[in-house]
Structure formats: C-alpha cells, structure tokens
Design a protein. Structure first.
Length: 201
C-alpha cells in the first residue's frame, strides 16, 4: 500500500513551505500519496472563524477515514494541540514544520509539544535550539526559500539594476510579520535607527 502523507498549512508562509515540501517528497518518495490541506488562522472575528472551523472539521474527518502514515503541520502561529492530540491518539506520527519561527515563543510553550510531536523540523538555527531547549526532538532542515528563490542576477548586476554603484554597501530594512499598523511602527523604528547609525559612520 502506498505511503500517505498529509501536509497541513496554517498560513501564507505555510502554503509556501508545504508546496516546497510536497515537491521534495514526490522526488524522494515517488510512490507516496501527498495531500496538501490549508486551514488558515483567523485574524479577527468574521466569517474567517466559521471557514477555519469547517476546514478543521473536514480535516479531522479525513484523518479518521484515510488514516495517513504521517501528518506535517506547517507554520503554526498558534499550535494546534487538539489536532496533534487527535492524530497521536490514532497512532499517526506528527511533525511540526517551521512552527517556532517567531523568537517570541517561550520555552515553556514549546515544551507542551513534548509527547505530541514526534519530530520538529526547524528552518532556522535559533528555532532548532529553542526546540531542543524545550526538550522537543528537533532537526534543522534549512529554509525552503533557499531553494525556491531563483537568483537570476549577480550581486553586482542587482546593485546596478537598483541604481547603486557596485562598491556601495546596500542594507535591506525588513520589518517582519504583523498587521499593517505594527509593521509601519516597526519599520519607523528601524529606519530611525539606521539613520542614526549612518550619521555615526
């Protein structure tokens, strides 16, 4: 019987991770049945909650009916302990993929994954260390963007395309994730700090 693997995405980045992982799995396990499911995470009270609830309910029914050999939960901004516990109760191995990518996660919170997750797949070195510190079996697998992003030009060509001389240092200011207001405020602080640093040089 063909191996069956469920890949569950919890957000936009999760979709990206799952697509990359599915592609890799089909290469190394060509006979496996890989099913990708997106459940999302609602951000405010709206129909999103009902849609999220329906997606979760359908996924749980599929777990019971199809009984996959493994389930991978990707990019969980809020850990889905209920689904993990359900899968473990059914004897289905559970993997967490890129779940601790936020440095703000506390070790105690990650510790709740012990016994629920068979292995955590870390995409950042600090993420791997956080899992290990919390006593969770983890493996550093690298970030999928390294393989996804196609660098079609050299650093010198990219600088020229952006209007910079090849000798100039270019620094990207990246405010990270969050809602629009949080991102603007974070970017404001970063820009002010960069301006001060530039004034010192």
């Amino acid at each position: 019987m063909a191996e069956k693997i469920f890949l569950v995405s919890y957000g936009e980045y999760g979709d990206l991770y799952v697509a990359s992982l599915a592609s890799s799995l089909k290469e190394i396990r060509p006979g496996a049945i890989v099913k990708c499911v997106g459940v999302g995470v609602p951000t405010h009270p709206s129909d999103e909650y009902r849609a999220h609830g329906r997606a979760k309910g359908e996924l749980e029914k599929e777990l019971e009916s199809e009984k996959p050999d493994c389930i991978v939960l990707a990019d969980q901004s809020v850990f889905d302990f209920h689904l993990m516990d359900k899968a473990k109760t059914m004897g289905i191995p559970v993997m967490d993929y890129a779940g601790a990518a936020l440095r703000s996660l506390k070790t105690r919170r990650l510790g709740k994954l012990r016994g629920l997750v068979d292995r955590a797949l870390a995409v950042f070195p600090f993420e791997h260390a956080m899992y290990r510190q919390a006593g969770v079996n983890a493996e550093f697998v690298g970030h999928p963007l390294v393989d996804i992003v196609n660098c079609s030009m050299s650093r010198v060509e990219a600088k020229a395309a952006l209007g910079y001389d090849w000798t100039e240092a270019v620094v990207a200011l990246i405010p990270g994730d969050g809602n629009a207001e949080e991102t603007r405020e974070r970017l404001r602080v970063i820009v002010e700090g960069a301006a001060e640093a530039a004034a010192w040089s």
